[in-house]
Design a protein around this ligand. Structure first.
Ligand SMILES: Nc1ncnc2c1ncn2[C@@H]1O[C@H](COP(=O)(O)OP(=O)(O)OP(=O)(O)O)[C@@H](O)[C@H]1O
Ligand SMILES: [Mg+2]
Length: 338
């Protein structure tokens, strides 16, 4: 029998649950793990329970039910050891506006009992990492939004944590500043082997940064996996094919090709959904040619995480304020509570 070896989980959550004030079930029995060295993305619409999950793992919110370990320490039994192993960059910025960038860093160093030359060297290195060494002498109230986020990022790193929690690290930043943040996060992960647990509303960001993601909604994990696994399972490729001459409806023919998941037709143009274009494209083209029909245009598009999100959550991240009409999800919830 093949032996299954599991790389150690640096975050391990089992049935983690949070009920606020005995009424609001913000997190509902979630179970997941994060492997050491991974960038793990926690995605979901507003109010899904992302920040609450982070707060429980960070020892900042009490756990109503379930268990979690972070860096080998039980969050409930040994919160002090957990706090020493983690860096936290919260959703709300916490840097003091009236202090300079360097003073904020010094304050954090003191808080984590990093002193003397070690503190000075680390502060200088971290400020350089996020290109803030020039601005660091200025009061934070003069910083732009992007500069604040960059400062906040390195404020969580002074004690060299094993795991970094980032709650919406790029919220409200412009495209260039966002991609700069990605660059820093990737570098920290690659060069220092830092495990990153992050939440984000930007699906393109999760796609390019994260090794694995979990999509949460109503406090529960709906799906998890690598971005490509999820796209293959929920998105699929789309081949768009326009024929050069009128023929009989080829929908039944395309539908019959192995691997094809769906076909829609508009005049001479067919949209064919399939998990991987490479697998079925030869059969599609050969079949059309064999029928003596010409192809005037062919293109294919790879799926995006937006499609996955839409498929899983029932609405896109962009129109998350839309009223709930997800009866399938209600059924699942009812089954869970039975
Ligand atoms: N301190 C609190 N007291 C009562 N309810 C709370 C509290 N904090 C959060 N909630 C509720 O718990 C649910 C989950 O909130 P949470 O902040 O974890 O969501 P989120 O996924 O981080 O959302 P966002 O994308 O808006 O940051 C929401 O219904 C929210 O109103
Ligand atoms: Mg949040």
């Amino acid at each position: 029998m093949r032996k299954v070896t599991r790389v150690s989980a640096i975050i391990d959550a089992k049935d983690l649950t949070k009920v606020y004030g005995g009424k609001v079930k913000a997190v509902d029995h979630i179970t997941f793990h994060v492997t050491e060295g991974e960038i793990f993305g926690f995605l979901g619409p507003n109010g899904a329970g992302k920040t609450t999950t982070i707060k429980m793992l960070n020892t900042l919110a009490s756990i109503t039910d379930g268990t979690a370990t972070v860096a080998g320490h039980d969050v409930k039994k040994d919160p002090g050891a957990v706090r020493k192993s983690i860096g936290v960059v919260p959703q709300e910025l916490t840097a003091d506006d009236e202090l300079s960038g360097t003073e904020n860093m010094m304050l954090m160093a003191k808080l984590h009992q990093v002193n003397g030359t070690t503190a000075k060297t680390r502060i200088a290195n971290l400020l350089r990492l996020v290109d803030l060494e020039e601005a660091a002498g200025r009061k934070v109230k003069t910083f732009s939004g992007g500069m604040r986020r960059r400062l906040q990022l390195v404020m969580g790193l002074l004690h060299e944590p094993k795991v970094l929690f980032l709650d919406e690290p790029t919220l409200g930043l412009d495209v260039q500043t966002r991609s700069r943040m990605w660059h820093y996060i990737k570098a920290l992960n690659k060069d220092r082997g830092l495990t990153v647990f992050m939440t984000t509303h930007y699906l393109d960001e999760a796609d390019s940064l994260c090794d694995r993601i979990a999509i949460v909604d109503h406090g529960a994990i709906r799906v998890s996996g690598s971005p490509s696994e999820l796209k293959e399972a929920h998105g699929g490729d789309i081949v768009t094919l326009t024929l050069s001459n009128e023929t009989a409806d080829l929908t039944p023919f395309f539908s019959g090709i192995e691997g094809v998941q769906g076909v829609t037709r508009e005049g001479n143009t067919y949209r064919i959904k399939l998990p991987k274009t490479e697998r079925a494209l030869p059969a599609i083209v050969a079949g059309v040619v064999q029928k003596g029909v010409g192809i005037s245009e062919i293109s294919f598009s790879k799926p995006t995480l937006d499609q996955v999100f839409l498929d899983v959550v029932g609405r896109s991240m962009r129109d998350e304020e839309a009223p709930e009409s997800d009866s399938a999800w209600e059924n699942i919830r009812m089954e869970r509570t039975r």
